[in-house]
Design a protein around this ligand. Structure first.
Ligand code: C2E
Ligand code: MG
Ligand code: MG
Ligand code: MG
Length: 282
C-alpha cells in the first residue's frame, strides 16, 4: 500500500488506479481482522457548550491502523466497511467501547457515536444497543447517535422505526454534516433531531459576504425548526466570537480540542470548565 508523502496516512486506493480494487480488497481483509488484532481504536473530540463554556459531550471517532502501524483515515475505511458489512461489527464494538471505556466513568456526561445508515437498516440493531447498555450499566441518555446525510437518499421506513426504538432507549439522535448532501432537508422533515451539526464547510466559507449569508441562513433554518445547533470546524478565536454572537448552542473543532485517546485528555479539566489538555493528538 502506497504511503502518501509527508503524512502518516496511507493512500489506499484511487478509483483511477488500476490497482485500486486490489487495495480496496486488502482493506476489506484488514477490516475483518481489525478488532481481533487490536488495529481499531477510538479517539474522542470535545464538544463545548457555548453559553457555559463547559464540556457536556465528546464525539467518538474511529481510527484504524494497518499491521505496520500506518493510520488509515475513516474517509477511506468507513465506505469499505459499509460495502462489506464489516461496519456492523465495528459499530457494535464502538458503542460497547464507548460505554465501557468512557461512560463507565462519570467525567463525561454524553458521548456521541457516528452511526451508519447500514446499521440503522439492519434488523436487531436497536436490540443490540439495548443489550450493550444493559451489560455495561450505562443509561441511554448518555449516548447520542450521529447520522450523516450521505448517499442514502431515501429514508427507509425501517430506519425510521429503528430511530424511534433508539429514542425509546433515551438515546439522542443528531444530524451530522448538515448541508453537505441532498437528503438533509427531507430528513429534517421526518426526524425530530435533538441537535443538528452544521458542516464545517459553512464556517470555512464565511469569509465572503455570500458565504456569511449562507451560514446565517442555514443557522436560521435549523433554529426555526427547534433543533439545537452545533457548528463543526471551529479553528480560530475569531470564529468562536462569531459563534457567541450567533447564539450557537455547541461548537466543536481544533480551537476547542483535537481528537485524542481517552487516556490522553484530562477529563477533570472538563468539570472545571476548561479546555481539554491534549497531550498527543490522534
Ligand atoms: P464527522 O463525524 O463529521 O467527524 C468530524 C471530522 O472532522 C473528524 O474527522 C474530525 O477529526 C474532523 N475535525 C474536527 N474538528 C475539525 C476542525 O476544526 N477542522 C478540520 N479541518 N477538521 C476537524 P475524522 O476523524 O477523519 O472522521 C471523518 C468521518 O468519518 C467522520 O466525520 C464520520 O463521518 C466518519 N467516522 C468516524 N468514526 C466513525 C465511526 O465510528 N462510525 C462511522 N459510521 N463513521 C465514522
Ligand atoms: Mg460525526
Ligand atoms: Mg460532522
Ligand atoms: Mg464529517
Amino acid at each position: 500500500l502506497a504511503k502518501a508523502s509527508g503524512r502518516n496516512c496511507a493512500r489506499l486506493f484511487d478509483p483511477t488506479d488500476p490497482q485500486s480494487s486490489d487495495e480496496s480488497e486488502n482493506l476489506a481483509a484488514l477490516l475483518k481482522i481489525a478488532i481481533g488484532q487490536d488495529l481499531v481504536s477510538l479517539v474522542y473530540q470535545p464538544i463545548q457548550d457555548v453559553a457555559s463554556g463547559g464540556f457536556e459531550a465528546v464525539e467518538a471517532l474511529m481510527r484504524l491502523k494497518m499491521l505496520d502501524g500506518t493510520l488509515v483515515p475513516p474517509s477511506l475505511f468507513i465506505p469499505v466497511a459499509e460495502r462489506t458489512g464489516a461496519i456492523l461489527e465495528l459499530g457494535r464494538w464502538a458503542i460497547r467501547t464507548v460505554c465501557a471505556e468512557l461512560l463507565a466513568q462519570d467525567h463525561v456526561r454524553v458521548v456521541s457515536v457516528n452511526v451508519s445508515p447500514i446499521q440503522l437498516k439492519t434488523p436487531g440493531f436497536a436490540t443490540s444497543v439495548a443489550t450493550i447498555l444493559g451489560e455495561t450499566g450505562v443509561t441511554g441518555n448518555r449516548l447520542a447517535f450521529e447520522i450523516t446525510e450521505g448517499l442514502e437518499m431515501e429514508m427507509h421506513s425501517d430506519i425510521l422505526r429503528c430511530i424511534s426504538d433508539l429514542k425509546l432507549l433515551g438515546i439522542r439522535i443528531w444530524l451530522d454534516d448538515f448541508g453537505t448532501g441532498f437528503a438533509g432537508l427531507s430528513w429534517l422533515r421526518l426526524i425530530d433531531f435533538d441537535t443538528v451539526k452544521i458542516d464545517r464547510s459553512f464556517l470555512h466559507d464565511c469569509g465572503t459576504p455570500k458565504g456569511m449569508a449562507m451560514l446565517q441562513d442555514i443557522i436560521a433554518l435549523v433554529r426555526n425548526r427547534g433543533h439545537k445547533i452545533l457548528v463543526e470546524g471551529v479553528e480560530t478565536e475569531e470564529q468562536m466570537v462569531l459563534m457567541r454572537q450567533f447564539g450557537i448552542d455547541k461548537v466543536q473543532g481544533f480551537h476547542v480540542g483535537r481528537p485524542a485517546p481517552a487516556a490522553n485528555f484530562q477529563t477533570k479539566r472538563a468539570i472545571q470548565k476548561r479546555p481539554f489538555t491534549v497531550l498527543k493528538s490522534a
